[in-house]
Design a protein around this ligand. Structure first.
Ligand code: DQA
Length: 146
């Protein structure tokens, strides 16, 4: 099983950016944590990060062409603005989980809107970086039902 983990803008700044919302773990720590968990579960994970909307669309499309089984994505602020990312997830038809480290529903009103959510099999918000592991578990279970 092969999962693509995509992080959007400013998630490369984890550990530095607003620790009151995103904690103190760095982006490198996050990847390490997901990698170790995936290894335990016998799942292959591949990481992407970009600050650019079109790159995120390209990654989603490449998950299809490179025959990934699912996507875990934290689109960062593009969650709240991007129809292009929603359309990309719909286009590829791969089971996709939306993850937010912070609880987006408990913050500013503009963070309550998520375009991508309509195309996702799961949304995890406010569980810190453990949300990525929950998403991985979900996709593993889903694959087991195939
Ligand atoms: C975020 C929440 C978004 O509102 C924000 O723009 C981010 C990170 C999160 O992980 O909590 O960049 O997706």
């Amino acid at each position: 099983m092969k999962i693509m983990v995509i992080n959007g803008p400013n998630l490369n700044m984890l550990g530095i950016r607003e620790p009151q919302h995103y904690g103190k773990e760095t982006y490198a720590n996050l990847l390490d944590k997901i990698q170790k968990y995936a290894d335990e579960k016998g799942v292959s994970v591949s990481f992407r990060q970009s600050n650019h909307e079109g790159d995120l669309v390209d990654y989603i499309q490449s998950a299809y062409y490179d025959t990934f089984d699912g996507i875990i994505i934290n689109p960062g602020a593009y969650t709240h603005t991007s129809i292009a990312i929603l359309d990309a997830v719909k286009a590829v038809g791969l089971p996709t989980c939306e993850v937010h480290i912070s609880d987006v529903n408990a913050r500013e009103d503009f963070r309550k809107t998520s375009y991508i959510r309509a195309a996702c099999v799961l949304t995890v918000s406010g569980h810190g970086t453990n949300g990525y592991l929950e998403a991985l578990d979900y996709l593993i279970k889903l694959k087991g039902k195939d």
